[in-house]
Design a protein around this ligand. Structure first.
Ligand code: SF4
Length: 191
């Protein structure tokens, strides 16, 4: 109950937030989806059009693919994941959020991590990974690696499902295949 109350309080702050210009055109803030008691907290990039309309992260085409891959690896999206983004409001034309926007929104994300207190954090995609591992990283070189971040929480990196939408192959070594390997490693880690 404590987590739910704390997260609701934080969500209310986001609803009223005007710290950056992304507030100007949003329909909804996109705070989170999933289970606040989950062992896995996944951080994506930013809301897209469908997320902005629904207020729920990862519900568009990319989100549906993420859900499919998660389920194929034996997880339940609803129960096993708490899902959020680096920024809570949609950047226009789905552009990548700027470093300044991410910085201004960071305290909300850090508070979410603190309240949920997951066993593992998954940085989903280059924008999310760059936010915490530095702008010089190359996602193809670091996906599947593990780090200790956010006060010593085990953290790993996976491809963003938008990238996987452009790469249909599921053959061994393909980005989709690698992502499933990465998800299975996360499954082993939390069990
Ligand atoms: S993106 Fe974050 S910092 Fe910017 S207005 Fe939305 S909630 Fe506030």
């Amino acid at each position: 109950m404590y987590k739910e109350e704390e997260l609701n309080k934080l969500k209310k702050e986001c609803v009223n937030c005007k710290k950056c210009t992304l507030s100007e055109k949003r329909n909804n803030i996109v705070f989170s989806d999933g289970n606040e008691n989950a062992k896995i907290l996944l951080i994506g990039e930013a809301p897209g059009a469908e997320e902005d309309l629904s207020g729920i992260p990862f519900v568009g085409r990319a989100g549906k693919l993420l859900t499919k891959l998660i389920e194929e690896c034996g997880f339940s999206r609803k129960n096993d994941f708490y899902i959020c983004n680096t920024v809570k409001c949609r950047p226009p034309e789905n552009r990548i959020p700027t470093d300044e926007e991410k910085k201004l929104c960071e305290n909300y994300l850090l508070s979410q991590i603190k309240i949920v207190n997951p066993k593992v954090i998954v940085l989903c995609g280059a924008t999310s990974a760059k936010s915490f591992l530095g702008n010089k990283i190359k996602i193809s070189q670091i996906r599947g690696n593990w780090y200790k971040l956010f006060d010593n929480i085990d953290t790993t990196v996976i491809f963003h499902p938008s990238y996987l939408l452009r790469n249909h192959s599921e053959e061994e070594g393909s980005p989709r295949w690698l992502t499933k390997q990465d998800l299975m490693k996360i499954k082993d880690f939390i069990s």
